[in-house]
Design a protein around this ligand. Structure first.
Ligand code: NAP
Length: 478
């Protein structure tokens, strides 16, 4: 499918339409926003068959996974509707005036939040529904009261256009301006760069690679007026299996981990790319079971030919690094459509810490086993990773100084710390945190999944001694 390169005039038109409606949308009621979000969810469900077919044609992710993704996308649109109906978009804190001299005396202060304005939203390739046109970033920005201009991902252009078309029918049916949801696409990176540079864009929500996110973040910061850039980037998601877990459940955990590594052919931001094991007989048992389980996994064609080539380059890099032993490597196939073969390698903590290349995300079913000898080494390995969407810690049930130390380190480097299960699969809830210190995210205080994602697009303002008419709006922008 030919990707259309949007011209400067087309980008200008999309952003201007968003800017023209921004005040109006910021003033809209929770009910208006909730009705839009629910109807956007409903239109996805009503067109499920066509959308899943298009998504499968363009992504090869398979209909079971894509049906599940459509359900998740609808679930989060509905969830944001509930969230704002519960009053969260207009939540405020209020301090009465106290007569007298400061610091005890004070004016009446109300802390409210105002929508930032038009948001440029960059879709990711690997979730063609849930992190794309009507995905979490769009849902949370609309819920906050911000119009959105979507930069479609070139990996699924037909699907993106169709979902956008359906969104426009919903806007028309509800009597809302088409500028509430805008759309651009491009064959080159120039379209995205022009969007980020546009003076009327007030924030950027990006889900994608470290390289792309870094380049666009720099663009956002080099504008005459820099803007917030919420970049959710790649991650290697360490899994630490403490001896207590391995002695009891080595085979079972290995099976679960193999499924997680293989899920989506490994093209998942929370895919486990590193496993930390204390050297010993249980670690050997676990490693053998993981190898055997991975060997039987059937992966599918990768999202794009470029991703397959990048995966093969990552495999060559890992297997060619001195001090790295190959545990499992299927025959590589230069055919871009051939499914990737899972890769499992092993190295020592010293090597992993010394060589930055071993800590780079290999997007696909690849995993590095790091053998450690002590808690000090676990901590050093985690600190070398530096920032991750997740850390998984198995075997932490019993409190001890070592377990606390590893837990503390895990919470310092990750947005989400799991004590059971596998990192793939991110629940959409109020308590979810999908982000993490750099390089997992450019804004570690925020999340791109869950209802707190809306807060990214609302800026706090303190109203001091506000007149009655403004106070009566109870946090709804004027
Ligand atoms: P990508 O190649 O970075 O593409 C994302 C978007 O950014 C596309 O629209 C792309 O447009 C644009 N882009 C990339 N480089 C650019 C540049 N230099 N200048 C301007 N625009 C640029 O990423 P992807 O292929 O969609 O996804 C794979 C990556 O996303 C993986 O690393 C994965 O871990 C990460 N991911 C993270 C999360 C998360 O929540 N943290 C979720 C899903 C995926 P063009 O293709 O037109 O350049």
């Amino acid at each position: 499918m030919q990707i259309q390169e949007y011209t400067a005039a087309q980008i200008q038109a999309a952003v201007t339409a968003a800017a023209n409606i921004a005040d109006n949308w910021a003033q809209s009621s929770a009910q208006t926003r909730a009705e839009l979000l629910r109807e956007l969810g409903a239109v996805l469900v009503a067109n499920r068959e066509e959308l899943v077919r298009l998504a499968d044609e363009e992504s090869s992710l398979g209909t079971p996974r894509l049906n599940g993704e459509l359900d998740r996308t609808t679930f989060q649109l509905n969830g944001f509707a509930d969230h704002i109906e519960a009053g969260n978009a207009f939540a405020l804190t209020d301090d009465d005036a106290i007569a007298g001299a400061p610091p005890l005396g004070r004016p009446h202060l109300t802390r409210v939040r105002v929508p930032l304005g038009p948001v440029a939203m960059f879709s990711a390739s690997n979730f063609p529904l849930a992190f794309s046109v009507l995905g979490g970033d769009t849902a949370s920005a609309l819920a906050a009261g911000c119009p959105v201009v979507i930069k479609a991902h070139p990996g699924h252009p037909k699907l993106s256009r169709r979902v956008f078309e359906l969104a426009q029918t919903v806007l028309a049916k509800q009597g809302l301006s088409e500028g509430v949801i805008g759309f651009v696409e491009g064959a080159s990176v120039d379209v995205g760069v022009a969007l980020v540079r546009h003076p009327d864009i007030a924030a950027v929500a990006f889900t994608g690679s470290y390289q792309g996110g870094n380049a666009l973040w720099a663009e956002a910061n080099s504008r005459p007026r820099p803007i917030p850039f919420y970049g959710e980037l790649g991650s290697i998601n360490p899994v630490i299996a403490l001896p207590a877990a391995l002695s009891a459940q080595a085979e079972e955990l290995a099976q679960a981990l193999a499924s997680s590594i293989e899920f989506g052919s490994g093209q998942i931001c929370t895919s486990p790319g590193v496993v930390v094991l204390f050297a010993g007989a249980d670690a050997d048992r676990f490693e053998n079971a993981l190898r055997d389980a991975l060997q039987t996994k059937k992966t599918h064609t990768m999202l794009t030919p470029g991703m397959k080539r990048n995966f093969e380059a990552g495999v060559a890099r890992l297997t060619g690094t001195p001090g790295v032993q190959t545990v499992l490597r299927g025959e590589s196939n230069s055919d871009d459509n051939a499914p990737p073969r899972p890769l499992l390698v092993r190295t020592s903590a010293e090597n992993f810490i010394a060589d930055h290349a071993l800590r780079e995300e290999v997007f696909g079913p690849a995993c590095v086993i790091v053998r450690v000898k002590s808690t000090d080494e676990v901590v050093a390995v985690l600190n070398a990773v530096g920032g991750s969407l997740t850390v998984t810690l198995w075997g932490a049930e019993n409190d001890s100084a070592d377990v606390r130390r590893i837990t503390r380190c895990a919470t310092q480097i990750a947005g989400r710390v799991l004590f059971s299960g596998v990192p793939t699969g991110v629940a959409v809830t109020r308590s979810q945190q999908h982000g993490g210190p750099w390089p997992a995210s450019t804004e570690p205080f925020t999340t791109s999944v869950g209802y707190a994602a809306m807060d990214r697009f609302l800026r706090p303002v303190a109203l001091q001694s506000a007149p009655a008419w403004l106070a009566e709006r109870a946090g709804r922008p004027c």
